[in-house]
Design a protein around this ligand. Structure first.
Ligand code: G3P
Length: 218
């Protein structure tokens, strides 16, 4: 299973990259606007930190505009992947871009039907937003499971990126379903490292070791 980090913050990306557990990065207009920097410059910096796929989203709503923006974004670095919204215009853009060898990530996906359409269009990646489904009172775990069933049933080339991850349980459920990728916010990644018994156990080991050293010195 691959871990992407869902942020445009360079410090967060560097910190997780240094741990060797990050395979890619996803950004979106909200995440980039939070950083307050020129988006293309920020994306170039991100592409230098992480070798894997870096998702950058188009703003245009018409196919022609999306394709034009995507072609420009794809010149920023070889690892740029273009996030395209799950609309009819977006799906047309996916087909054009994938035929040109530009990888796409269909975003704002909230239903299994949308997964199926994006897969048929030939998207490299599809991003179901499970946290927002959960916020809406819908079953986000079924969404992960059934997305994987659909992809595997027809051997679609698309990889599922479980997105809008809210907690570490979402990552476990993604892994149990065999999701290709989870894109995880920094705060959730931090929590995944921690368990109180790890700290407690480590303290006990160190203190017992110290006791033995003191005894041996006597
Ligand atoms: O990758 C998509 C993600 O950024 C959306 O997350 O937390 O805004 O629902 P959220």
């Amino acid at each position: 299973m691959k871990f992407f980090i869902d942020t445009a913050n360079l410090d967060q990306i560097r910190e997780m990259q240094a741990l060797g557990i990050i395979d890619g990065v996803t950004t979106n207009p909200t995440l980039l606007s939070r950083e307050g920097r020129e988006p293309k410059e920020q994306l170039k910096k991100i592409c230098k930190i992480v070798e894997g796929p870096i998702s950058a989203e188009v703003i245009g709503l018409k196919t022609e505009k999306m394709v034009e923006e995507a072609r420009e974004l794809s010149t920023l670095a070889p690892n740029i992947v273009i996030k395209i919204p799950m609309t009819k215009e977006g799906i047309k853009a996916v087909k054009i871009l994938e035929n040109e060898g530009i990888k796409t990530n269909v975003t704002l996906v909230f239903s299994q039907n949308q997964v199926l359409i994006a897969a048929k269009a030939g998207a490299s990646y599809i991003s179901p937003f499970i946290g927002r489904l959960m916020d809406n009172g819908q079953n986000e775990i079924d969404m992960i499971r059934e997305s994987m069933v659909i992809i595997k049933a027809y051997n679609f080339k698309s990889e599922i990126i479980v997105a809008s991850v809210r907690n570490s349980r979402h990552v476990i459920e993604s892994a149990k379903s065999g999701a290709h990728i989870a894109t995880i916010p920094f705060a959730v990644l931090e929590k995944m490292f921690k368990h109180p018994n790890t700290d407690k156990g480590l303290n006990a080991f160190l203190s017992d070791w110290e006791k033995l050293q003191t005894k041996l010195r006597k």
